[in-house]
Structures are given as C-alpha cells and as structure tokens.
Design a protein around this ligand. Structure first.
Ligand code: ADP
Length: 391
C-alpha cells in the first residue's frame, strides 16, 4: 500500500509522520520526533491517536547526524508498519523565495535553487535541505516534494511584499515573505469546508505557538502577514523579539559593540516572552506564575496581537472572522479572552463559556465578527501535497 512520509528537519530535531495514501485525505498512522540531534538524541513515536508507542535514546553513531536520526526513525517505522511502501516524502522547507507559490518536486535543479536561499534563512534552510538529502539516500525510489512556509503568502500585493528601502534591495530578495504558510493553508481549507461564506470574506488568522504570526486573508488567500523578511518580525514569540525599531539594531552594533552572531542569539533565543518575563518562553508556565514580569510579558503579547488585528482589519477593509490556532491559540482561553476583550468596536463579542470550553465557535450570537478556534495541521497539508504530486 502506498504511504507518504512527512519530514520537518530543524537544527537539532527531526519531526516525522507516516500517512496512508487513500482515495481521500492521507490517513495519519504515527508521528515521531528525534530531538537533540548532535548530542544525546532521543527518538519518540506516537500513534495517530497520540498514545506514546516508544521513547528511546539513540546510539551515538545515529545520534550524531540527520542521516543517522532519519535512519533510526525509519527502522522503527518499518518494524511497526512492515507493509508501508513509501512512495512520496513531503518536506517542510522554510523558504521558497520569490518563485514558489506552490509545493514542488525536489529535482537537483530545484535543490540547487533552494540552496541559494540559505542566506535568507540561515538558521533553518540548511537543516531542511539536510533532511532532503537524508531522505533521498534512504528512499531513492520515492518522489521528494518540498512544501514551503513562504508559499501561501506569494499572493501578497507589492505594498505588503516590500520595505521602503532602495529598489535594489527588493530585487535582491529583501522582501516580506511571511511564514507559517502551511498552517494558514490548512486553516483556509478547513474554513472553506466548515464556513464557506466566511472563507470567501475577510479573515484574520492568529497562529500562536512558540513561533507566532497573524495573516489577513481575503477569499482564502494571504493579503498581508505580520512576519516579513525573517521569522523575527511581527508578534513577540517564545524567545523571538517580534517587531523591533531598526534603530535598536544600530544601537546594539555601535554602542553595545555586539557582533552579528550575538545579535542573532539575542533576537532569536533570548527575547520575546522569555526575555520580558525572565522566567520562561512557555505560555503555560507564565500563566501559572504570580510574578508581575510574567504578567507583563503576557500583556505585551496580547497587546501586540490586538494592534496587529486592527492593522490587518484595515488592510482587509473590514473583518468577518478571527481564527485562533497554534498551541496557545487552541488552548489558552485566557489569551483569547485578553485579545478579544474591548473589541466590540470592531464587532467582536466573546461567549465566555464557549471560550472557556475551547469550543470551535467562541463568539456570542450577537457578535458581528465570528471568532473560531481551529486546530492547525501542517503535516496534513504536506502529506496532501506529497500524495498529489506523487500520483
Ligand atoms: P510550536 O510553534 O513549537 O509548534 P506549539 O504550537 O506547540 O509550538 O505551541 C506551544 C505553546 O503553546 C507554548 O507556549 C505552550 O505553553 C502553549 N500552550 C499549550 N497548551 C497550553 C494551554 N493549555 N494554555 C496555555 N498555553 C498553552
């Protein structure tokens, strides 16, 4: 039977999912994670229902590289699913540059093109491509398909695609690419199924996880997003700063004498909720804390979401629905409440009980704007694309 493998290779982790190809949507069979690659790597596997199937340390030779980690993960998959015939591998690739607005089969030419984008996403793209190489060595007969975090946003009009820098930089690729596109793609499709009228209208989606961004969608397509050239812009995140006055960077360079690696570390790993709270990057921990700095970090997070919501509604020339997704968006009634309180002016009225229950529709019957909670499923978007291109 034809199966699809979904891979998401990060700097020190490899997430994977096995799907059975069917006449309809690919059916998930198992998901897994190898983390701490390059150190004391561990492999864990869960059933499609989320039950843990395995947690084990990898031997040193497999723990050291993405190739070793993938090999270990696949041996485990083969033992548990001996009939699995993997005909397609779908890869999450952070950057598709200006050209890719859709998934694409990974040929040598395409891979060479994606390598030229490494300078645009140096922390992610090389690891994504290492995952591609490992999968090609492991499954030479399978179709390899790239699905891009940027692709969904290629429909941005020029004003949402550019910065006000001299034109030459735009031509060189200094553009507002936007990210989390696989999640927005999933939400757009889910909304089309469950609420076609809303899908056809003006929708703001808030993807709130460790990484966080928002997307303004018009008729299911991205019109604007809060992330720009890199995954640093827009909302504050677990450890990333979000939007920052570029003058701060000049100050860090000139007055604090920081170099590029130090600034990168500051902005990607020490800022956001962690930097502001001094306690944790994790929203659950902050919600459980009495420390006033935890409170301020949460307040800043929700304040920025509210500001961006207003901005995106203006870009969309109105608002018909707001969708919350991602680990925080799907689970934190407190954050959703804090974002939506006092938003009557834009047409949002929350139903407190529905919100507390994490219901799908959390706006009241009187609310002009529908507010929804929809769990995202980026892996399914990749599995669908890989199955489609391999057919
Ligand atoms: P990633 O971007 O790594 O995929 P997730 O989408 O899994 O991250 O989101 C992780 C975030 O979701 C963490 O900050 C975590 O604390 C938060 N989260 C998960 N469940 C809850 C909850 N019940 N209440 C508040 N925050 C939650």
């Amino acid at each position: 039977m034809a199966h699809v493998l979904v891979l998401n290779a990060g700097s020190s982790s490899l997430k994977f999912g096995l799907f059975l190809q069917g006449p309809g949507d690919p059916q998930p069979l198992a998901t897994g994670l190898v983390d701490r690659i390059g150190g004391a790597a561990r492999l864990s596997l869960k059933s499609a229902a989320g039950e843990p199937l395995l947690k084990t340390d990898l031997p040193a030779d497999q723990a050291a590289t993405h190739h070793g980690a993938l090999h270990a993960a696949l041996s485990e998959v083969e033992t548990r699913f001996p009939d699995a015939a993997i005909t397609a591998v779908g890869h999450r690739i952070v950057h598709g540059g200006r050209d890719y607005a859709d998934p694409v089969e990974l040929t040598p030419d395409v891979i060479a093109g994606l390598r030229t984008l490494v300078p645009f996403a140096p922390l992610h793209q090389p690891h994504n491509l290492a995952g591609v190489e490992a999968a090609m060595a492991e499954f030479p007969q399978a179709r390899q398909v790239a699905c891009f975090d940027t692709a969904f946003h290629r429909s941005h009009p020029f004003v949402n695609d550019t910065f006000a820098l001299p034109r030459a930089y735009y031509e060189k690729g200094v553009r507002r690419y936007g990210f989390h596109g696989l999640s927005y793609d999933y939400i757009s499709g889910a909304l089309a199924d469950m609420a076609p009228t809303l899908h056809a209208g003006r929708v703001v989606v808030a993807h709130l996880g460790n990484g966080a961004s928002m997307c303004g969608m018009l008729a299911g397509r991205s019109l604007a997003s809060t992330m720009g050239f890199s995954a640093l812009d827009g909302l504050p995140m677990g450890t990333r700063s979000g939007q920052l006055d570029p003058g701060v960077l000049l100050y860090l360079l000139e007055q604090e004498r920081m170099d590029a690696p130090a600034i990168s570390d500051l902005l990607y790993k020490q800022s956001g909720l962690l930097g502001l709270s001094g306690i944790s990057h994790d929203m659950r921990t902050l919600e459980g804390s009495d420390d006033p700095h935890a409170r301020q970090a949460i307040d800043y997070f929700t304040f920025r979401i509210r500001r961006e919501l207003g901005g995106l509604a203006a870009a969309l020339e109105g608002l018909d629905a707001v969708v919350f997704t991602g680990g925080i968006g799907e689970n934190s009634a407190r954050i959703r409440h804090q974002v939506c309180t006092g938003m009557g002016w834009i047409g949002i009225e929350l139903d407190k009980d529905a919100n507390a229950a994490n219901a799908t529709v959390i706006s009241s019957d009187l609310s002009r704007v529908r507010v929804l909670v929809i769990p995202t499923n980026e892996e399914l978007v990749i599995a669908r694309a890989a199955a489609r291109l391999a057919a």
